[in-house]
Ligand binder design. Sequence first.
Ligand code: MN
Length: 365
Amino acid sequence: MIRYEDIQEKVEAYNPQADFDLFRRAYVFSAREHRGQTRRSGEPYLIHPLEVAGILADLHLDMTCLVVGLLHDVVEDTLVDQATIEEYFGRDIAHIVDGVTKLSKLEFRTKEERQAENLRKMLLAMVDDIRVILVKLADRLHNMRTLDHLSPEKQVEIALETREIYAPIAHRLGIGRIKSELEDLALRYLDPEAYHDLLRSLDSRRKLSDNFIEEVGKRLGQAVAGQGIQAEVSGRMKSFTSILAKMKRQVIPVEQVYDYVAFRLVVPSLRDCYGALGLIHSLWRPVPGRFRDYIAMPKPNGYQSLHTSVISEKGQPFEVQIRTPEMHRIAEEGIAAHWSYKEGDQGRGKTTVPRVSGCGSTWTC
Ligand code: MN
């Protein structure tokens, strides 16, 4: 269970100048208003806004966002009104809380893909401050993480909405980390059989893949270091959703998915990206047709990276992604990156510090 102090620590690490007085006040306010309320799990309700604020802190968002995270359910679930929030916390925060409350009242019907597309557009058009969406995504992520406590019908309904509305929005905003977790959590409820098959299969190979990740990761690190490139190397299992998409595309059973492991190299400069790529291709044989230069041609959501797949000595294919720290931040946080370090701009310079520790649920680094 996350504590107030844990979040404060997270924020201090990336924005020591943040207004912690304000944060503390919002915490006390939220705790008072939600007092006595419980979640379906039986836990105190306050855990939810705290977790939401924690997710927002993981995205390195500004204090306004975090305060809204703490207050986001107050207007909907307690007797507090908009005017009171404004009186205590100012117009900006009240306005964003209002946006989140309005979104929560939208009724989604997600029967058709076309309709889902319309809903996504409507939702994005409705908000005049993108932080409304960021808080809503964090809210949805925590609700998905705790979906077990709802009825099976409700689980499917919320998971469907997550897959069709919220994961694509996270994708469009370039927040890769949240997108993958939302997709994998939705899969767990929408296709439990496929999810558990994958889980079992990957689990049975876990020791093997852990060793593989360690071995190859070490070699990668040494090889680039030998060329004088300082790289942060990490390895992970790919997300369930992407593995499943591959199985469907190639019509193969899970046992035949071999390249479920991916490595990531975060290197200091653009030049190093291509340098590292050449080095990797000289060490391992590339899989034809798998090289993608998303640096020269970024994805529409701003994502940049070099992707390649190579084959190990033992014949196991694996993917390598190469990017600079700035590209890495954009890949993980997308549009949220623009709302980081807002206050005082003190941390701006820190945006070039690699942060490879942000491991999603399926990461093993
Ligand atoms: Mn909520």
